[in-house]
Design a protein around this ligand. Structure first.
Ligand code: A3D
Length: 320
């Protein structure tokens, strides 16, 4: 059986990290694409040269033409510009929307059967536009944000409780912005919901509130530290988990920006919700029940996403 082909559209910090992780996990052969000449070729060669040392078999290739992604099983999109200090994710909208137009056309022509994972910010609006520009079925185009935001939430909770990250399960839904919705009620340590852990005296509501706030600003914290770009190790690991669930038909339940057509009372909207990812792409959208406060937070977050998609429509009215 031939190896899977994974195309990375954008070979910057996340693209390079994706290629390395995909090699180490032997998920398939990798094509790195970028408009910058030499960057994808250099990264492909460098990572390929690590393969004899690490002991993995994968072909890695760098290209500057979309023809190189032909027949890809998975495309992971990071093309665009990342945030610099002082920039919001939304400041990126105008530039990255035009990039999504090119990427969508490239995928439509050369990889129309791929499962597409978008990482480019502002995430929920960019994945929404990418699905339209590419013309692929909505269940084959998803955005990566919830896995990363939930991983940040899980790490901070594991540190607070002094337990393994493996025993902390957490869910962050909504749009990928400062209004995202880390759900305390649906997050657990070894199956024990966080509100019960407060009752047991293992932590306090104030501490949990501070963790929620840190999670919401998790991306900005890293931008502030790095000063020259945004996070890339954890975003790449998160997208690889999604790609792996698709390629191995694992049917993992992961929070992803998925296309909603009626679910959660929303239509033609991409926003973070729990989904099942298997060989069919997004095979199921899980509709969880919110209490009043959670519903209000989710609605506020959706409003922020709608503002971004409206801004996209002003730039490219044909997206309607
Ligand atoms: P960076 O290292 O700048 O890589 C982006 C790459 O895209 C560069 O190599 C560019 O040359 C390339 N590029 C620019 N325009 C095009 C084009 N038209 N076609 C093809 N390639 C192009 O950024 P990065 O890898 O750090 O981040 C990539 C994106 O991910 C940014 O938009 C970030 O804001 C976003 N990001 C999202 C998350 C989420 O959780 C959703 C987290 C971190 C970063």
């Amino acid at each position: 059986m031939a190896r899977n082909k994974i195309a990375l559209i954008g070979s910057g910090m996340i693209g390079g990290t994706l290629a390395h992780l995909i090699g180490l996990k032997e998920l398939g052969d990798v094509v790195l694409f970028d408009i910058a000449e030499g960057t994808p070729q250099g990264k492909a060669l460098d990572i390929a040269q690590s393969s004899p040392v690490e002991g993995f078999d994968a072909k890695l290739k760098g290209v500057n033409e979309y023809a190189g992604i032909e027949g890809a099983d998975v495309c992971i999109v990071t093309a665009g510009v990342p945030r610099k200090p002082g920039m919001s994710r939304d400041d990126l909208l105008g530039i990255n929307l035009r990039v999504m137009e090119q990427v969508g056309a490239g995928i439509k022509k050369y990889a129309p059967n791929a499962f597409v994972i978008c990482i480019t910010n502002p995430l929920d609006a960019m994945v929404w536009a990418l699905q339209k520009f590419s013309g692929l079925a909505p269940e084959k185009v998803v955005g990566m944000a919830g896995v990363l935001d939930s991983a940040r939430f899980r790490l901070f909770l594991a540190e607070e409780f002094g337990v393994s990250v493996e025993d902390v399960s957490a869910m962050t839904l909504g749009g990928h912005g400062d209004d995202m919705v880390p759900l305390i009620r649906y997050s657990t340590v070894a199956g024990i919901p966080l509100p019960d852990l407060v009752k047991m005296g293992w932590t306090t509501q104030e501490k949990l509130d501070a963790i929620v706030e840190r999670t919401r600003k998790g991306g900005g914290e890293i931008v502030g530290l790095l000063k020259t770009g945004s996070a890339y190790y954890a975003p790449a690991a998160s997208a690889v988990a999604m790609a792996e669930s698709y390629l191995k038909d694992k049917k993992r339940v992961l929070p992803c920006a998925a296309h909603l057509s009626g679910q959660y009372g929303l239509n033609d909207t991409y926003v973070g919700v729990p989904v099942v990812i298997g060989a069919g792409g997004v095979e199921k959208i899980v509709e969880i029940a919110f209490n009043k406060d959670e519903q209000a937070m989710f609605e506020k977050s959706v409003q922020a996403v709608s503002g971004l998609t409206d801004a996209c429509l002003k730039i490219v009215p044909a997206l309607a």
